[in-house]
Design a binder for this molecule. Structure first.
Ligand SMILES: C[S@@+](CC[C@H](N)C(=O)[O-])C[C@H]1O[C@@H](n2cnc3c(N)ncnc32)[C@H](O)[C@@H]1O
Length: 266
């Protein structure tokens, strides 16, 4: 029992965008420093400058609250929020897909295996494949070993396959995959053309009757339209609701978590 608990502790799906989270921590520290120096300065260089003191304390407070909230939210999303999203997405896919007949699922930009492992736990006889280019700025400590380690802890290591490959050039034949999944990956690809190329690849490898599940933090509505342009039928589009709207404002439209599920007609 104790060793089981220890193993659970080591399950780690990584911190996404670790550099940005660090930036948020630094904003918070900068805010605290401004408050501290202003309080110190009140009896010295800021003596009598009450308006300036007030503005500095206000600025420091805003920066501290903003940085702390954003860093906390990013940690929550990486550690808890995305596990809930995984269940939501795979439950959604399961409404249009029989897990018993899935021969191959594919997680594009699998990182430490969030959807790769989630699908492997549901698939009965098939295999769950994950591909990634292991870009460390997109997720902390992402590498094949870490992903395989998570799969072992989750008891699905025999049902997964991990490959190094780029989302824009998938090493799979046309129409061979039953379920294509991608979580928080496409925005990492630099130009819009290249992003759309990765969507084209997802659609190319998908079997007729197969399902695509895509979640990202930007442009999901545009990706939905692109899949429809390729011939897909959208079965669910989640605009992220209130949380997404608030985070869109707080992040200057850089973090708008949404998802889409579509089917390739037979
Ligand atoms: C934010 S992480 C998300 C990882 C995982 N899907 C999850 O939700 O935990 C983005 C991942 O996409 C990978 N990635 C970025 N560009 C890629 C590309 N062109 N092809 C394949 N993987 C890519 C990164 O290496 C990273 O592991």
């Amino acid at each position: 029992m104790v060793s089981h608990l220890n193993e659970r502790k080591k399950l780690d799906y990584g911190i996404d965008a670790p550099g940005i989270r660090m930036g948020m921590c630094l904003i918070s520290i900068a805010g605290l420093t401004i408050i501290y120096l202003t309080i110190l300065g009140r009896s010295g260089w800021l003596k009598g400058l009450q308006t300036v003191s007030f503005v500095l304390i206000l600025l420091g407070t805003i920066l501290t609250l903003y940085g702390t909230f954003m860093a906390g939210y990013m940690t929550y999303s990486s550690k808890i929020g995305k596990l809930k999203t995984r269940d939501f997405l795979l439950d959604g896919a399961g409404k249009y897909l029989k897990w018993e007949v899935v021969k191959q699922s594919l997680d594009i930009g699998c990182g430490k295996g969030l959807l790769l492992i989630g699908a492997a736990k549901r698939i009965r006889v098939g295999i769950s494949i994950g591909i990634d280019i292991w870009n460390a700025k997109d997720q902390s400590n992402n590498n094949e070993n870490a992903t395989f380690h998570n799969a072992e802890i989750e008891g699905v290591s025999e049902k997964i396959k991990i490959q190094t490959a780029d989302a824009r050039q998938l090493p799979f034949e046309n129409e061979t995959i039953d379920l294509v999944m991608s979580h928080w990956v496409v925005h990492n690809i630099e130009s819009e053309n290249e992003q759309l190329k990765s969507l084209d690849e997802m659609y190319r490898v998908l079997k007729p009757g197969g399902v695509i599940v895509l979640a990202d933090i930007q442009n999901v509505r545009k990706y939905k339209s692109h899949f429809e342009h390729l011939g897909a039928v959208t079965i669910d589009y989640n605009d992220g609701g209130f949380e997404s709207k608030v985070m869109s404002i707080l992040s200057g439209r850089t973090y708008v978590p949404q998802s889409v599920i579509c089917v390739k007609p037979k």
